[in-house]
Design a protein around this ligand. Sequence first.
Ligand SMILES: Cc1cc2nc3c(=O)[nH]c(=O)nc-3n(C[C@H](O)[C@H](O)[C@H](O)COP(=O)(O)OP(=O)(O)OC[C@H]3O[C@@H](n4cnc5c(N)ncnc54)[C@H](O)[C@@H]3O)c2cc1C
Length: 540
Amino acid sequence: MAKKNIVIIGAGFSGVYATKKLAKHFKSNPDVSITLIDKHSYFTYLTELHEVAAERVPENAIQYDLQRLFFNQKNVHLITDTITTIDYKKRIIAGKNGQYPYDYVVLGIGSEPNDFGTPGVKEYGFTLGSWEQAIKLKNHIRKAVLNGSIEQDPEKRASLLSIAVVGSGFTGTETIGEICDWKNSLAHEYKIDPSEIKLSLIEMAPTIMNMMDRKDADKAENYMIKKGINIMKNTGVIGVHDGYIDLKNGNSFKTSTLIWTAGVKANSITSKLGLELSRSGRIAVNETMESKSQDNIFVVGDVSLYDADGSGKGEPQIVQGAEASAQTAVTNIIAKCNSKPMVPYKANYQGFMVSLGSTYGVAFILNKFHLSGFFAIAMKHIVNLMYCIQIFSGYYLIQYMLHEFFRTKNNRNLMFGHISRSGNVLWTVPLRVFLGISLIGINFANISSILKILLTICGTFLIVGLFTCTTGFITFILGIILCSNGYANTIGWIIPTSLACMNGSGRSFGLDKWIVPYIQKKLGKMRYGNVKSIYKSNHN
Ligand SMILES: Cc1cc2nc3c(=O)[nH]c(=O)nc-3n(C[C@H](O)[C@H](O)[C@H](O)COP(=O)(O)OP(=O)(O)OC[C@H]3O[C@@H](n4cnc5c(N)ncnc54)[C@H](O)[C@@H]3O)c2cc1C
């Protein structure tokens, strides 16, 4: 086979999937070069944007560094650049910082919010289509609540403390649900009554969450009503201003935070690429995911439109669709490289999941099972964890668990904060020190000198708070050994106590506070190399 350059543009759900699959297939083929270009040095876990916007997880929790994702795929070259045009004759992709030759392209540059030209959305409204927009929204909400909390004019105060979301699709409902979860701690922080923060979900249709099964949507609606969210159906928004919005029915509505989630359109760069376009600027593709107007340009994910049923609507712009289209493109690029026939797109939708904050959600999975509450949220976490497994990232699997379960604040996780270590580390410090002193003091006549030495080491480590988790575990084992040697009555308490001290209590008044992060940093660097903000091409 002649040398081939496969270039994937966009490291989103479809691009990362395609790159992983192509890298695996061509692993031992030096004739195939695979390049992944994105305007960022990281993949954004878009489906969790609302968690960043409403401060459930830290800002970087949804940024997955490409270096970490692809450090094992030595045949993948990472490039940080924003693609602007493609020369189809010369087969060159042009970016702001360089030019990249190609034989095959996988184009997965995603979508962006669509305000349908509604006046004022750009100037006074907020959208949720990127990491930057999520941060902007979060900062704005904090500022609005702070200003509202000290505003004495009742009209202005009501407007500052009113948050409205337009559109009840995935993004809209998950966002209002997440802000509702945040409301109490936000109110507490700015010393106001939580009931002063008014949340509204505005929908033009007579029903909300119309992408879901009606039964699930009704459950979600009842939950939102119970939580005090004002649901405004049959309500169109026709203008956004500083502090209020105009409704189609002639009324106005006070809010300083209007979050527009009422639609998406293709990435606006598509209009400059010279490819045949379809509805909402999406690129028209045939059943092999190849552009209808250019050979060897495969278009995947939100930006592509495959009109399978002839309705012009295309496949849903969701993660399952992004991955299924990426799979089709990968299969067909491999087929083309081997001069084999291409295969058509096969949809494989397994249901939907919507979270309304950290503890409640609704889901319809495998097109069979309806779940709600804890089980729906647990299922969403399982799907997200499975995604990390699918992209072979143990690092982000652990990070996900830390961010979503163990490092959450204000009880915002599926176990209502019980498994979060943020609040409970400090209170086990006295227990840890007491256990340490007791271990050193154990002096039974017939225990071996090795056991005695181990007890002294563990005791010392616990007192100074060094490697507390591991030491707690070793102490637990030593406790079992001592109990099975007939000391259960005297020191049986060591077993539960040592387990309690495995909660990382050394991070509070202990050496683990400095040593554990230091080791994590060193090990991370050894394993993954330097994670950079920009990856440059060797060609330029
Ligand atoms: C808030 C929110 C919640 C959502 N919730 C769900 C959900 O619960 N379930 C679900 O299935 N779907 C959900 N979606 C939709 C889902 O995120 C998308 O369908 C999916 O991300 C599409 O994947 P993609 O690869 O096409 O694009 P994206 O994941 O958007 O990736 C596009 C990539 O292209 C890069 N890029 C863009 N332009 C350029 C350029 N010019 N040059 C170089 N790189 C470029 C971007 O940086 C990005 O990395 C949600 C979306 C949002 C915004």
